[in-house]
Design a protein around this ligand. Structure first.
Ligand code: IMP
Ligand code: MG
Length: 188
C-alpha cells in the first residue's frame, strides 16, 4: 500500500463483529433465505453487489444447498477515500432477463439505503417472481432501518467499518473481522 494513501494513514478501531460471529450466523441466515425462496425450478438468481459483498456471498452460498445461478452486479457509491455515499452508479450492465425468476440481491452493508433502493427499483421493474435483499450488516440509523431489506446478518452502530469485504480507499476488505475505521484526523 502506498504509505501516503488515506488507507495507510487510517487507524483501525475496535472489532464490532468477529470472524467467529460471522461464521456462526451463516447457517441460520442461509436457512431463512432458502425457506423464503420456496420451491422453484431452475430460476433462482443470486446477485452479489461488487465489490463489498464478495466475501459475505461466498460464505452464504456455501450454506445454501439449492440450485442457483450467481450473477454479479457492480455499483459504486463510495468512490476513493470518502465515507459518505456519493450517489449510486452502476459500473457496466446490470443483470437482465430476471422476469419470472426468484432474485436475491446480496450486499455487504445497508447504510443510507440508496444502493438497495436503486437495485430494488431496477430489478423489480423486470417483474421477477420473487425479489428480496440480504445484507451482512445494517447500521441502526433511520435511513437504513426504513429501507426494506428482508435478511440482515447483524445490526451495528453508526460507525464506518471495514473488513469482511468492506473497504476504505480500496483497502481492508481482507480483514476477517468487521472493525471500526477512523480516517486520519477523526477522533478515535
Ligand atoms: P448505502 O447505499 O449508503 O446503503 O451504502 C451501501 C454501500 O456503501 C455498501 O455496499 C458499501 O459498499 C458502502 N458502505 C456503506 N457504509 C460503509 C461502511 O461503513 N464501510 C465501508 N463501506 C460502506
Ligand atoms: Mg458496496
Amino acid at each position: 500500500m502506498n504509505s501516503d494513501s488515506p488507507a495507510a494513514r487510517a487507524k483501525l478501531g475496535k472489532v464490532l463483529v468477529s470472524a467467529e460471529q460471522i461464521a456462526a450466523r451463516m447457517p441460520a441466515l442461509a436457512r431463512e433465505i432458502v425457506d423464503w425462496m420456496g420451491d422453484g425450478d431452475d430460476d433462482l438468481v443470486l446477485v452479489p453487489v461488487m465489490t463489498g459483498a464478495f466475501i459475505f456471498a461466498a460464505d452464504l452460498v456455501r450454506h445454501m444447498p439449492v440450485r442457483m445461478r450467481i450473477t454479479l452486479a457492480t455499483v459504486s457509491s463510495y468512490p476513493g477515500a470518502s465515507t459518505a455515499s456519493q450517489g449510486v452508479r452502476p459500473l457496466g450492465d446490470l443483470p437482465a432477463n430476471l422476469e419470472g425468476r426468484r432474485v436475491l440481491v446480496i450486499d455487504d452493508i445497508l447504510d443510507s439505503g440508496r444502493t438497495l433502493r436503486f437495485l430494488r427499483e431496477r430489478f423489480e421493474s423486470q417483474k421477477p417472481a420473487r425479489f428480496a435483499t440480504a445484507v451482512l450488516l445494517r447500521k441502526t440509523i433511520p435511513e437504513a432501518m426504513n429501507t426494506t431489506c428482508e435478511f440482515v446478518g447483524f445490526d451495528i452502530p453508526d460507525e464506518f467499518v471495514v473488513g469482511c469485504g468492506l473497504d476504505y480507499d480500496g483497502c481492508f476488505r481482507n480483514l476477517p473481522d468487521v472493525r471500526v475505521l477512523h480516517p486520519e484526523g477523526s477522533a478515535s
